[in-house]
Design a protein around this ligand. Structure first.
Ligand code: NAD
Ligand code: UD1
Length: 329
């Protein structure tokens, strides 16, 4: 089976490439390296001892995307490519809509023309409205408060309509919760450019001494220790979840959506203290005001993914903290 992995040089894409190669899939990676580098491609090759074609291509370039589809007979696309920084999407909404929607439309056009019948799409928990009761299920009401979230929502709608017309196609949208951690080799991991917005990369950079302290955004939430709760999932569990999605797509047609998380909420303080304990270090932190747009609590019901995909995250938050530090140190 031959898979086009878009955004395969990125954080989740690179980890998924290792899993695909180790499970005998042929892959072709296309990425414009807007938020990644060839280091990740070299890392995948080192880990797996396997080679694969890489295209430095902007998927918003229709002719260049078409050329990739014309050069290979793909069975499936895994579409990771996209811009993902929430705050940047609020400042530059048109750039986000253009990049995330045009790339997805170009891929759909090429899939239709070249009869590539399966796509796994990287969606996000950010597509859920922010006043839903927890846990979030796939039926929880949708809606966003930022352009990034709306771009994922719109891509899902495009793909839903696409699946309705290409009735022999299978479209699986995976709504990821909070991916963290790294490959145990330490050769690939999350490489945010600039100062990270997300908790785990900020913890890791603080452990390295890049920042003097972690600012905990609010300790007055209605949670057991007052800090925000999220559903962190190890990136290798997430990567493996794509195998479950491919198996599902092999047997089903139409559009289907699954949440991928652990179903377990972890607080900011719990993450910081676990990182300290597992890695034997001290992390300075202070309490700061709540961050605008933050939810107090977010976690998934993992039931649909467990029941239909047979997916269950295996790795613990200790694994997430250890592997993040192993990469970052
Ligand atoms: P990432 O930025 O590390 O990877 C995305 C990759 O896509 C990058 O390598 C980037 O260079 C590439 N890219 C972006 N636009 C492109 C274009 N027009 N043409 C070609 N390549 C392009 O992000 P990630 O964390 O690996 O996320 C992968 C996907 O999962 C994204 O679509 C993201 O929105 C989604 N997602 C991520 C998270 C998260 O917290 N990391 C959560 C939910 C969903
Ligand atoms: C953020 C995005 C969300 C995106 C997700 C995964 C916002 C408002 N939301 O969500 O759309 O889908 O990342 O990429 O940006 N925290 C601190 N100090 C920090 C950083 C974070 O206390 O320096 C806290 C946050 O308040 C939150 C938790 O840590 O309670 C997790 O934050 P983060 O990693 O940014 O993820 P999300 O808030 O889920």
């Amino acid at each position: 089976m031959k898979i086009l992995v878009t955004g395969g040089a990125g954080y989740i894409g690179s980890h998924t490439c290792t899993v695909l190669l180790e499970n005998g899939y042929d892959i072709v990676v296309a990425d414009n390296l807007a938020n990644s580098s060839m280091d990740a491609i070299d890392g995948i090759k080192k880990i797996t001892q396997k080679s694969f074609p890489f295209y430095k291509t902007d998927l918003c370039d229709e002719a260049a995307t078409e050329e990739i589809f014309a050069s290979h007979k793909f069975d499936c696309v895994i579409h990771f490519a996209g811009l993902k920084a929430v705050a940047e999407s609020v400042a530059k909404p048109i750039m986000y809509y253009e990049n995330n929607l045009i790339s997805t439309l170009n891929i759909c056009k090429c899939m239709k023309k070249h009869r590539v019948p399966k796509i796994i799409f990287s969606s996000s928990a950010v597509v859920y409205k922010n006043d839903n009761p927890m846990p979030l299920t796939e039926d929880s009401p949708l809606g966003s408060i930022n352009a990034y979230g709306w771009s994922k929502f719109m891509c899902e709608q495009i793909l839903r309509d696409f699946a309705a017309t290409e009735t022999d196609f299978s479209v699986v949208s995976l709504r990821y919760f909070n991916p963290v951690g790294a490959h145990t080799s330490g050769l690939i991991g999350e490489e945010p450019s600039g100062i990270p917005n997300n908790l785990m990369p900020f913890i890791a950079q603080t452990a390295r001494g890049i920042h003097s302290e972690i600012k905990i955004f609010g300790n007055d939430y209605d949670t057991p220790d007052g800090t925000g709760i999220r559903d962190y999932i190890h990136v290798m569990d997430l990567a493996e979840g794509h195998m479950n999605a491919i198996n599902f797509a092999n047997k089903n047609t139409g559009f289907e959506v699954f949440n991928l998380g652990t179903g377990r909420g972890v607080s900011v303080l719990e993450m910081i203290t676990t990182f300290e304990t597992v890695n034997g270090l001290k992390l300075p932190y202070s309490i700061a005001p709540r961050r605008a747009g933050d939810l107090p609590v977010s976690y998934t019901s993992p039931k649909k993914a467990e029941k239909i995909l047979g997916f269950k995250a295996k790795r613990t938050i200790e694994d997430m903290c250890r592997d993040t530090w192993n990469f970052r140190r």
